[in-house]
Design a protein around this ligand. Structure first.
Ligand code: C2E
Ligand code: CA
Ligand code: CA
Length: 534
């Protein structure tokens, strides 16, 4: 797991949130959308009802205008005409004439012509106007069914009236509102309420029942349309039904994108690039001892990565990820830059060996020779010998081309070593086709040393082979005086390991070189394992 990723291992939370986002948004949006749609339908229903009520008012007033032809005529003469007009025209319950507050003539059969208040079952409103209309609970003949009365009073205290049956309005309301469960009311001049639809139910939360009120600009008519919460929920459910499959697809898409983004963002490659920018890498150097000249012969550069919180990432881990995620080349270029900076402050004798590890991919890379040559130029004045530590694995591919590159670098005084020798799977005969200078024997073989006089067959064989092939040989991971004495006794010219020195940072290396660099490594007689310069 990349170092930062361990601290931010809430990736799954991101993914879950990304998955939920379209769903939550969808549910919210569909609720708003459902409300909006229902509101629009509500407004248009209210307007339709209003215009129907206006149309009825128009025909009532037209009827009254027609009645004016009977002005000053005796009721007996015109009663029949009134009856015909009242019956043949739609909407009307009755029509008639007034004299003061009394009904002087009416189209309704058998109606004893009483007071207007009697007929409309309530006192007429005091409007002070010659024209007025009012919705009423009922009329004398039909007391249980609402109606609307229209009255026109003439200056001579006579007048005309028409009563429209509320049933027409109720039926109309029913026709336009029933399928949607609307509850509708209608009032003329603030009179009795003519209503249709179910009674209002209590709603919940956002989806509580919505009321809309509209008023006519031409007549004193007001209508109210109420959508019950259940209707809103129904509309919402319908919207969800269409939307949810889409949201699910979005949800999955977003989850995949987030997972990808997280993977990219938290990949080792990205972390390594960021760490290079933030200068989190540094180089430690492990001194190498020469048993021939009995002093420090060189040092191997080993990369170190320290996070801002002080935590160190192990090199074998980040190196293998850098290799598998394709950032080993820039990382090694970075290493060479850091080394070149460090080396400027060194004071070492000519031919001091500075070794660094070369990854297989870098060796195949077209920039390899140029990168190394550039490094060589930067440290030229120190007259050091650059040592390339290659693994057997890196020699498998493109052998010819690799050999050419190595020969070129050797022609500039560089040395080539096989690192971890004995752990790879290359045939020795194949290895020998490369221009090699020395082998670094893996510490696994050195661990096998049991006593100065006891044979260690594989180790001995490797050492003998190196001598026969005239290759220099370096023992890696030497931790005890016994191992050291053993190797020295068998002619291993170079020793590297904790017994001589541990890897150290640039400042400590310079101090170490000053103090110990020129001193021979003394072997304790007992050959007991012991750390020397720790
Ligand atoms: P390596 O190239 O074989 O490096 C030697 C490793 O052995 C180093 O480990 C060193 O600290 C350790 N070592 C040295 N003496 C002793 C000893 O006496 N006892 C024990 N137990 N260990 C000893 P380190 O620094 O952890 O590096 C591990 C590996 O990571 C290296 O193995 C090398 O393969 C890789 N590596 C480190 N730095 C770089 C680099 O800059 N580039 C590349 N490509 N690989 C690197
Ligand atoms: Ca090495
Ligand atoms: Ca090694």
């Amino acid at each position: 797991m990349p170092p930062q990723k361990r601290h931010r291992d809430f990736g799954w939370l991101f993914i879950v949130c990304a998955g939920l986002l379209p769903l939550v948004l969808g549910i919210l949006c569909t609720a708003i959308e459902a409300r909006h749609t229902v509101n629009q339908q509500q407004v248009s229903t209210a307007n339709t009802l209003l215009s129907q009520a206006e149309k009825m008012s128009d025909s009532a007033w037209n009827m009254i205008t027609t009645l004016r032809q009977y002005h000053h005529r005796a009721c007996a003469d015109i009663e029949e005409n009134l009856q015909r007009a009242g019956t043949l025209n739609a909407y009307f319950r009755s029509i008639g004439m007034l004299q003061g507050d009394h009904i002087s003539c009416s189209s309704a059969y058998g109606l004893n012509h009483g007071a207007l208040a009697e007929m409309m079952l309530q006192p007429p409103p005091v409007t002070g106007k010659a024209w007025w209309s009012l919705s009423i609970r009922g009329t004398l003949g039909v007391p249980d069914r609402p109606a609307v009365i229209f009255v026109r009073q003439l200056p001579d205290s006579s007048g005309f009236w028409a009563v429209i049956d509320g049933q027409y309005l109720m039926d109309f309301m029913h026709a336009i509102g029933e399928s949607r469960g609307y509850q509708m009311t209608l009032q003329f001049n603030g009179g009795a309420i003519i209503s249709s639809g179910p009674d209002e139910q209590p709603g919940q939360l956002y989806l509580k029942s919505a009321q809309y009120r509209a008023e006519s600009s031409r007549y004193p008519i007001s209508v109210n349309v109420t959508v019950p919460a259940t209707e809103l929920v129904k509309a919402w459910r319908q919207a969800l039904f269409i939307f949810l499959p889409m949201a699910a697809i979005f949800s999955i898409l977003l989850m995949v994108l987030t997972a990808n983004w997280l993977r990219r963002r938290l990949s080792w490659a990205d972390e390594i690039r960021r760490a290079m920018r933030n200068r989190q890498f540094s180089v430690h150097y492990q001194p190498v001892y020469s048993t021939d000249i009995e002093r420090c012969k060189g040092a191997e550069a080993l990369m170190r990565w320290q996070l801002p919180n002080g935590e160190m990432i192990r090199p074998d881990i980040f190196i293998s990820h850098a290799e598998s995620e394709g950032v080993i080349v820039p990382l090694t270029q970075h290493l060479l830059d850091l080394m070149a900076e460090d080396i400027q402050s060194w004071q070492v004798e000519p031919d001091f060996h500075i070794g660094f590890n070369v990854a297989a991919e870098h060796l195949q890379h077209p920039d390899f020779v140029q990168d190394v040559m550039r490094f060589a130029r930067r440290i030229k004045d120190k007259q050091m010998t650059i040592t390339l530590e290659l693994t057997e694995r890196s020699l498998i591919e493109d052998g010819e081309m690799v050999a050419r590159k190595l020969r070129h670098l050797q022609s500039h005084g560089m040395k080539v070593a096989i690192d971890d020798f004995g752990t790879g799977h290359c045939a020795l005969s194949y290895l020998m086709t490369f221009p090699l200078d020395y082998l670094k024997i893996d510490r696994g073989f050195i661990n096998a040393v049991e006593g100065l006089e006891t044979e260690t067959p594989v180790l001995d064989a490797i050492i003998n082979l190196c001598h026969k092939l005239e290759l220099d040989v370096l023992g890696e991971g030497v931790e005890t005086s016994l191992q050291f004495a053993y190797l020295r006794q068998r002619g291993v010219g170079l020793i590297q390991g904790y017994y001589y020195a541990r890897p150290m940072d640039n400042d400590r290396l310079r101090a170490w070189l000053n103090e110990h660099g020129r001193k021979p490594l003394l072997v304790e007689e007992s050959h007991e394992p012991e750390l020397h310069h720790s």
